[in-house]
Design a protein. Structure first.
Length: 245
């Protein structure tokens, strides 16, 4: 598989290492505006592109890939306000886009656990609900895309919350998300239900970026030859996921 890497930070480099081990070829790396100006016309040499850039760059990269007819796997977060338009454009233009706020297999199982726990705890009003996420200091968006998915699922599966907010909660219908930024933390997410008597927590802690790279490459392998807008549920519902480990 011929891959174009859009973004060559720590995640891009991790994906490169794993891709080469899996027998794939990195045909193009575009990490900044100068790269795009000098080598952007080579995008069509790739069979698939993988984007781990920034919220300010990702939308332009998506439409570059649409124009080139190249399927794109996006791991960049912080652009959810535009996602409905991107979905429509992807469908209208018969293109392929795979987006997930988190490509870790474990995190996506954690999403399922969070939904079940939210449903289970829905009627227990004595428990205050909160989310805490911790990432490295270079992460540009806060809350994380993963924390937002967790929050939206709690709102969906529980009758007690109507919206999520950053940090401080001002009324019982709000779900607070606390964001912490420290050195060298790939990602930790805590969902907490706390009463006067006890505390229930579910926690996912990423040990390294490798889990994210594995999921992104599985998605890249899976989207070849497809059109449409996809996410991790589409991938996890197929046999490719079961065969990975």
């Amino acid at each position: 598989m011929k891959i174009a890497l859009l973004g060559y930070g720590k995640m891009g480099q991790e994906i490169e290492k794993l891709a080469l081990k899996r027998g794939h070829e990195i045909v193009l790396i575009l990490d900044n505006l100068e790269d795009w100006e000098e080598h952007g016309d080579r995008l069509t040499e790739a069979e698939v592109a993988i984007d781990f850039t920034s919220p300010v760059a990702v939308l332009e990269n998506i439409y570059h890939c649409f124009d080139a007819g190249i399927p794109l796997v996006v791991g960049t977060t912080g652009w959810l306000d535009d996602i409905d338009k991107v979905k429509r454009d992807c469908t209208d233009r018969n293109q392929c886009l795979f987006f997930a706020p988190n490509y870790s297999i474990g995190v996506n199982l954690f999403f399922e656990l969070n939904r079940y726990l939210a449903s289970l705890m829905s009627e227990w009003e004595g428990y205050a609900i909160s989310i805490e996420e911790t990432h490295h200091i270079h992460k540009q968006d806060a809350p994380s895309g993963t924390a937002i998915v967790l929050a939206n699922d709690i709102i969906r599966y529980s009758d007690r919350k109507e919206k999520w907010v950053k940090e401080s909660v001002t009324n019982p219908e709000e779900l607070g998300i606390k964001s912490i930024r420290v050195e060298n933390v790939p990602g930790t997410h805590v969902v907490r239900y706390e009463s006067e008597e006890d505390c229930i927590e579910i926690i996912h802690t990423a040990k390294s970026r490798r889990g994210f790279a594995v999921g992104a490459l599985l998605a890249a392998e899976w989207v070849i030859g497809k059109t449409g807008f996809f996410d991790m549920k589409n991938l996890l519902d197929t046999e490719i996921f079961m065969k990975e480990e």
